[in-house]
Design a protein around this ligand. Structure first.
Ligand SMILES: NC(=O)C1=CN([C@@H]2O[C@H](COP(=O)(O)OP(=O)(O)OC[C@H]3O[C@@H](n4cnc5c(N)ncnc54)[C@H](O)[C@@H]3O)[C@@H](O)[C@H]2O)[C@@H](O)CC1
Ligand SMILES: Nc1ncnc2c1ncn2[C@@H]1O[C@H](COP(=O)(O)OP(=O)(O)O)[C@@H](O)[C@H]1O
Ligand SMILES: [K+]
Length: 500
């Protein structure tokens, strides 16, 4: 699904109106109705008392239509117009007249004294600014937003939290509990620095013109289930372990060999035919007894890897988890990279070693997948002043070395120099020890099965997230552990294959 800029969204809105022969009021009604459906599913009790803040633009127009729909459905509704300007859009002005005609409680807020006490209300609906925001919020709109944020109430934002710039850094905005965004995802909703503003993000369809969306050019996408499903290769009736790929997982050091076990199991559960774990001697007995499906190879080092030496031809390699930063290990990795083994995924200490020796980045085979969490990324690209700069720096690194970066987080981003795929699956349950090791194992397993690196990264990250989405029903997110990810990979595949 395309992520577009506010300018592009404006164009798609306008094209929808022209090409579908509908009025802008009709489109506004569709948007408000989609919001209303979400709201009434979440707040089923019609005694819920709702305070609605509207602005003078079309976001405010949406808010007033929502006010009318909720009022009609029996909710207790009070609407307030935050008059930060007297230049009302036509559609907003039209809906003010309708609100008044329907006797819905309605007042203007012109200065601080007009801001109502929020304590009697159950929920705030925020429709002050949408994608038309063009400068920092100030004046009465800022006062209202501050009051909303201090209220401690649940806040449901229409399209975007008011004050959030869809395409650039935001300092101040409504802190929503839920954001119900209209059909086209906006990048700002998925950036970690905006987590405090966006809350849960829900995309609702408002029937925008598909051709107009198809014509909009972008290199940023939100990954959806349907797209991942289309990437999956069918499993041949005649498949055997030799056709499903052989993954080699290299890592581990004294006390950290479990990471290799997790990654190896994850690779196998993701569907590759064979997996070999390569560890220092201290890690081999445990993996042999605890994970009989894997083959194990021991390094000459007792407690850390000293030379990466093996005599087999894997189809893909994952390296770095739990490997430690011993100088002998680093040198072994350098020699390994000089032999240009491909396809390759590098994680954890593999990345930390590369950060200490940035000149070795040039040794990575083209298409290598690097899977840093934020701290590891920072060691690789240095500090960033905001998430937009982080993306630019990551893109530059990906371009320079011809590699793919999986920037891990709540919405992990797969950045390959040309395109950015923002992942949409997963929950905070995944923030657990070993979760990253499992992800690298899954990606390596997919590489071994012959998926292109960019596909392996997208599928792996999406499946990894889905395990938490699925298991969320029976395992509480707080007690979900890395082994639960592995256990649910099969369920994630099954859910992917379900047509819906
Ligand atoms: N264009 C359309 O046909 C549709 C628009 N929709 C809604 O309309 C929204 C966009 O509406 P608008 O483009 O009218 O803009 P907004 O309602 O987001 O903003 C209102 C107005 O505030 C002004 N403004 C911007 N930043 C300001 C600031 N910091 N301080 C004071 N004034 C400021 C702008 O001139 C803008 O016109 C979307 O987010 C969505 O909610 C939906 O109804 C779907 C259809
Ligand atoms: N809040 C969250 N929502 C969704 N996914 C998350 C969240 N927090 C972490 N994750 C995912 O969990 C994984 C954690 O990886 P990492 O930090 O490397 O873990 P570890 O070092 O313990 O193996 C990443 O894939 C990340 O995207
Ligand atoms: K809003």
């Amino acid at each position: 699904m395309k992520i577009l800029t506010s300018e592009q969204i404006r164009k798609v809105d306008a094209e929808t109106i022209t090409r579908e022969g509908i009025s802008s009021l009709e489109l506004m009604k569709r948007a408000a109705t989609a919001f209303y459906r979400f709201f009434t599913e979440k707040y089923t009790d019609r005694n819920t008392s709702v305070i609605i803040f509207a602005g003078v633009g079309n976001n405010g127009g949406d808010a007033l239509v929502v006010a009318r729909l909720l009022y009609k459905a029996g909710y207790s509704v009070k609407a307030y117009m935050v008059e930060f300007s007297n230049r009302y859009t036509e559609d907003c002005a039209h809906n003010i007249r309708r609100v008044k005609a329907e006797n819905i409680p309605y007042k203007k807020i012109l200065n601080k004294e007009d801001i109502p006490d929020l304590s009697p209300f159950d929920v705030v609906i925020d429709g002050i600014f949408g994608t038309g925001l063009s400068r920092e919020v100030s004046g009465i709109a800022a006062d209202v937003i501050t009051r909303i944020n201090e209220s401690g109430k649940e806040v449901v934002s229409i399209d975007v939290p008011s004050g959030l710039f869809p395409d650039r850094k935001t300092e101040f905005a409504v802190k929503a509990t839920e954001t119900v965004t209209f059909q086209i995802p906006k990048l700002a909703l998925y950036l970690p620095e905006n987590a405090g503003f966006t809350g849960n993000v829900r995309i609702v369809n408002i029937g925008l013109n598909q051709e107009a969306i198809a014509e909009a050019e972008t290199d940023i996408y939100l990954t959806e289930k349907r797209e991942i499903c289309n990437l999956l290769k069918p499993l041949s009736k005649f498949a055997h372990k030799g056709t499903q790929g052989h993954a080699l997982i290299i890592g581990g050091s004294l006390g950290k060999c479990g990471s290799v076990s997790l990654a190896s199991k994850a690779a196998l559960k993701t569907g590759c035919g064979l997996v070999t774990a390569y560890l220092p001697k201290c890690g081999v007995p445990a993996i042999q007894s605890g994970f009989p499906e894997a083959m194990a190879l021991e390094d000459e080092g007792e407690e850390h890897i000293r030379s990466i030496d093996y005599d087999l031809k894997p189809d893909a390699i994952g390296i770095g988890m739990g490997m430690g930063l011993h100088e002998e290990t680093a040198q072994a990795m350098c020699q390994f990279l000089q032999q240009k083994r491909t396809p390759l995924a590098v994680d954890a200490d593999g990345l930390n070693i590369l950060s200490r020796h940035p000149d070795w980045l040039g040794l990575l085979p083209a298409g290598t997948i690097l899977t840093p969490h934020p701290k590891e990324l920072q060691r690789m690209i240095g500090e960033w002043c905001d998430d937009y700069e982080k993306i630019e720096k990551t893109k530059a690194l990906a371009n320079r070395y011809g590699v793919i970066l999986v920037v891990k987080g709540a919405y992990s981003m797969i950045i390959d120099g040309e395109k950015i795929y923002v992942n949409s699956s997963g929950t905070p349950a995944l923030a657990t020890a070993g979760s990253g090791d499992v992800l690298t194992g899954m990606i390596t397993g997919l590489l071994a099965q012959g998926y292109k690196p960019s596909e392996a990264a997208r599928i792996g990250v999406f499946l990894h997230g889905m395990t938490a989405d699925i298991a969320g029903e029976c395992i509480h997110p707080r007690s979900f552990v890395a082994s639960d990810i592995i256990e649910n990979i099969g369920n994630a595949y099954r859910s992917l294959e379900k047509k819906n």
